[in-house]
Design a protein around this ligand. Structure first.
Ligand code: NAD
Ligand code: FES
Length: 285
């Protein structure tokens, strides 16, 4: 069992958890992820690592309440335990001295981008961080990202903080001005990563994206996370999660992400009914 040692809200519906998982903390690297299962009947969900502390043996993850499992996870408190917490999984981000690296974070994926930017900076790169959210209430960790970057640009879709618009707007401007960019690493919603890759392609800037397909076993056995990259089938859990964004078949990824929407909705509704019944039973007891 893996005990929750800290829980804090980061933004509406977005939480940070610290979990005691010394074996994961010992080997964790930027860009990797864990697969967790809340209890023995639970589904497995992947979460990318936001941080780790090899001394205390704690691992930090951030998640948004979206479906049944993430909503159930949001009900867990400090002291509660998660049944399974497997990792670190996947290949770490390729960290080298590339020159100027732009790290793009969409929404709560900023939690994943902070360790990547930190590692890129530690390798001697000039790091430009670009973070975007829909509105200012969803912004968090600007300070942490600023601390591991040389420049930080914040955008909000509605203009309530930083520049108005999506993250690809300043990225495109930077490239059109002829500013030197040797590599882009983008983590966020798939649609954002697709458009980041489309923005950099005409400028021939290598663009790494972190794929987030459905995962089950996380070991390359089940095929749930398969995606097409350069026309070949790759498994995000073992071959990725990071791939060359210019080579990803985005339409296939979107279709696979939507494959179980009906079942996910049914599972959430069933869990909400069970929660409501349990609450009603407690009130009448
Ligand atoms: P969101 O939908 O609010 O989008 C965040 C930002 O992405 C927007 O503010 C905008 O700047 C940019 N964006 C969105 N659509 C765009 C488009 N069409 N063109 C250009 N830019 C665009 O994000 P959210 O609701 O916070 O969700 C975060 C997403 O990140 C989730 O889908 C989650 O699964 C994903 N995520 C992925 C990883 C990973 O490792 N791949 C890790 C954490 C989170
Ligand atoms: Fe099963 Fe990747 S999650 S092969």
């Amino acid at each position: 069992m893996y005990r929750i040692t800290e829980k804090s809200p980061l933004a509406p519906n977005i939480f940070l958890l610290k979990i005691a998982a010394p074996a994961v903390a010992k080997k964790a690297a930027a860009g990797q992820f864990v697969i967790l299962r809340l209890d023995e009947k639970g589904e497995r969900i992947p979460l990318t690592l936001a941080d780790w502390n090899r001394e205390t043996g704690e691992v930090t993850v951030a998640f948004m309440q979206v479906g049944k499992t993430t909503r159930q996870l949001a009900t867990f408190r400090v002291g509660d335990s998660i049944a399974n917490f497997v990792g670190p999984l996947g290949k770490p981000t390729d960290i080298e001295k590339f020159g100027t690296v732009v790290c793009v974070a969409g929404g709560f994926a900023v939690a994943t981008v902070v360790p990547i930017a930190r590692a890129m900076k530690a390798a001697g790169n000039h790091v430009i961080a670009l973070m975007g959210t829909r509105t200012k209430d969803l912004l968090f960790w600007e300070d942490r990202l600023a601390a591991v970057s040389d420049e930080l640009i914040v955008t909000t879709d509605d203009g309530s903080n930083g520049r108005k618009g999506v993250v690809t707007v300043p990225l495109k401007e930077m490239l059109e001005k002829g500013n030197r960019v040797d590599r882009v690493v983008a983590v966020g919603p798939a649609i954002m990563m697709k458009f980041v890759a489309a923005t950099t392609q005409p400028f021939n800037v290598k663009t790494i994206v972190s794929m987030n397909p459905i995962m089950v076993d996380g070991t390359g056995m089940c095929g749930a996370c398969r995606c097409s990259v350069s026309g070949e089938t790759r498994f995000a859990c073992v071959d990725g999660p990071e791939f060359d964004g210019h080579q990803v078949d985005w339409d296939e990824l979107f279709a696979r992400q939507r494959a179980f929407v009906t079942e996910e909705k049914q599972s959430l509704e069933q869990w909400q009914r069970q929660m409501a019944e349990a609450t009603a039973a407690q009130k009448t007891a």
